[in-house]
Ligand binder design. Structure first.
Ligand code: GFB
Length: 319
């Protein structure tokens, strides 16, 4: 393996965005359009990345110089809690095949995407990268968390043993264009946008909010994440994983109130205590990525307005 190129110039490079149809992958494709690189994508029909033979065949054919590994099986708290085998198998298989395949194909740089749920349920807040594996995980998403911890450590292992310039980033809760709008499987932001929109259309008096409303969450607009990932791909080449977030959090109740304002729904909030709250708080310490010269730009109110506009243009109209 040749010495890492620093900074890693994207111009003229072949860059594969694995998971390009997802919310994160499509945001990375949008952001890379500003770079003078060749963007490579492949659909699940041509290459099911859970199959080692198909992942390696694609990599041998595509010969990318760089890989953004955003392909994953993702979902909100209920999807994680009710589909543990899928979340563990799919995500372990995808990351194992793509990291090993990228190394075999001589990929110069790979960025693996994890999630803030890798940290212990009761980690000190804000959560630093060093808090990894210092306590028990949140039960509702421990399966996804274990898979993402394994992926992060694969990048570290391939760097140590083979000198592979493979890095990883741990984003906080994400939202924005390309999100999944499904009442049961979605994360909280799209779920509440959908509920508030339908309630507004139907004249309902209130919307249902899961849990107590008291957990705190940090929300990063996916276009900010994409910009951070390109920044790390170009400027960062160390073993340490890097948190990506805004450094600010809100309660779920405050979020629901913001979503209702963004949607223009004036009804009330009904909290359903039978649904899980999950981790009480998941605020990331973002001092490392800030020190690397990147900061989130999109405030939550502006981001929610942008997400609702995307929903109206791409989901509500289709429905
Ligand atoms: O976004 P979310 O599903 O995932 O839930 P997590 C965040 C909080 O919002 C929880 C509450 O306390 C939910 O109870 N909530 C309120 C709702 N109403 C709703 C609703 O209608 N739908 C949903 N989904 N939540 C995820 C992990 O945890 O964080 C993933 O499960 C991933 O694996 C992601 O790591 C970043 O933030 O609790």
């Amino acid at each position: 393996m040749s010495a890492p190129e620093r900074p890693f110039a994207l111009a003229g490079k072949r860059v594969w965005v694995a998971g390009h149809r997802g919310m994160v992958g499509s945001a990375v494709v949008r952001r890379l359009a500003r770079e003078k690189c060749e963007i490579l994508t492949v659909g699940r029909k041509e290459a099911d990345l859970r199959r080692q033979d198909q992942a390696e065949a694609w990599l041998a054919l595509a010969q990318p110089d760089a890989v953004f590994l955003g392909a994953a099986t993702v979902g909100g708290i209920l999807a994680n809690d009710s589909r543990p085998a899928e979340f563990l198998y799919d995500n372990l298989a995808i990351e194992t095949n793509v990291v090993q395949g990228a190394w075999k194909a001589g990929v110069k740089k790979l960025l693996f995407l994890g999630s803030s749920c890798i940290y212990p349920r009761l980690a000190p807040q804000p959560m630093k990268e060093e808090h990894l594996l210092t306590g028990p995980l949140e039960p509702t998403n421990q399966w996804y968390a274990i898979a993402k911890i394994a992926g992060l450590m694969m990048c570290q292992a391939y760097r140590r043993q083979y000198g592979a310039d493979f890095i990883s980033a741990m984003p906080t809760n994400l939202y924005g264009p390309g999100d999944t709008y499904d009442l049961r499987g979605s994360h909280v932001v799209p779920a509440l946008i959908l509920k508030a929109h339908v309630a507004k259309q139907s004249g309902a008096k209130s919307i249902e909010v899961w849990g107590s409303g008291s957990p705190r969450r940090e929300f990063l607009h996916v276009d900010d994440l994409a910009d951070a990932l390109v920044h790390l791909m170009v400027n960062y080449s160390e073993e340490q994983t890097i948190n990506v977030g805004t450094g600010q959090d809100v309660t779920i109740r405050e979020l629901a109130e913001k979503v209702c304002r963004a949607v223009g729904f004036q009804g009330g909030l009904d909290f359903d205590a039978s649904k899980p709250d999950g981790t009480p708080r998941k605020l990331l310490d973002v001092s490392r990525i800030n020190a690397l010269g990147w900061k989130a730009k999109t405030g939550l109110d502006q981001g929610l307005a942008d997400a609702y506009a995307w929903y109206l243009a791409h989901v509500a109209k289709a429905a």
